[in-house]
Design a protein around this ligand. Sequence first.
Ligand SMILES: NC(=O)c1ccc[n+]([C@@H]2O[C@H](COP(=O)([O-])OP(=O)(O)OC[C@H]3O[C@@H](n4cnc5c(N)ncnc54)[C@H](OP(=O)(O)O)[C@@H]3O)[C@@H](O)[C@H]2O)c1
Length: 245
Amino acid sequence: MDLGFRDHVYLVTGGSRGLGLAAAQILTAEGARVIITGRNDSVADAAKTLGSQADAVGVVADNADPDSADEVVGVAMRHFGRLDGALISVGGPPVGTAMEVADQVWRDCFESTFLGALRIARAVANACTDGGSIAFVLSSSVREPIPGLALSNGLRPGLAMVAKTLADELGASGIRVNGLLPAHIATDRAKELAMLTGGKRPENALRRPGEPEEFARAAAFLLAPAASYLTGVMLPVDGGELRML
Ligand SMILES: NC(=O)c1ccc[n+]([C@@H]2O[C@H](COP(=O)([O-])OP(=O)(O)OC[C@H]3O[C@@H](n4cnc5c(N)ncnc54)[C@H](OP(=O)(O)O)[C@@H]3O)[C@@H](O)[C@H]2O)c1
């Protein structure tokens, strides 16, 4: 099956490592061009691993910064002359219980995880003049609380509903909006979290953690022109961990 990526251009925020970089690898391997972002200079090196400057560009940008959305979309338009969508990932929230997490930590996390993602989605949608596809990297916490990750449990379900709302608002313009709900995908962050929680194997149907490439293939399909009738979908990529349909 041809996913339809040839000549298409996608923004991948949080693309310097982890799930974002794994997705950018699949996108470029399938013929798309990408702009990846991260908060530090390592993003330039990550971009070089994806191909030449004609295929991949790294931009230092923090999703929490109110100017980032317009800046990175501007880079995409100047460098590639078009934009066809985005995979919006970001660093995971700090661990902590609902009883412990301080107000300012909630505010900071809201800026980067929630409002930053929404700003990027809006800027990308405005640049997708010929239809497009936006996918939010969320979490299994959209459907089921994760012990000790109150910030994720509090913010991700709301962002999932914003994604559904955007799907309704943007569908008439040919822009699809979906979400991915990963659990236990073995990125460096996930391994650190697993250490904090005692390193137990995930209790999922497949009885193993997922590999970043396994997440990335699902993300690439949701983004792809080939998935042209999928919008408003929240897709678990969790080895069967979530118990609800
Ligand atoms: N892995 C899983 O199983 C899993 C499960 C549930 C949810 N998730 C969620 O999926 C997302 C990605 O997870 P991951 O495991 O790939 O994390 P990761 O390995 O820590 O990668 C995060 C990426 O985002 C960048 N980043 C962090 N904060 C940023 C910001 N404010 N603005 C722009 N870029 C930023 C990081 O680069 P810099 O640090 O250089 O900025 C890095 O490229 C997280 O939100 C995580 O909570 C993952």
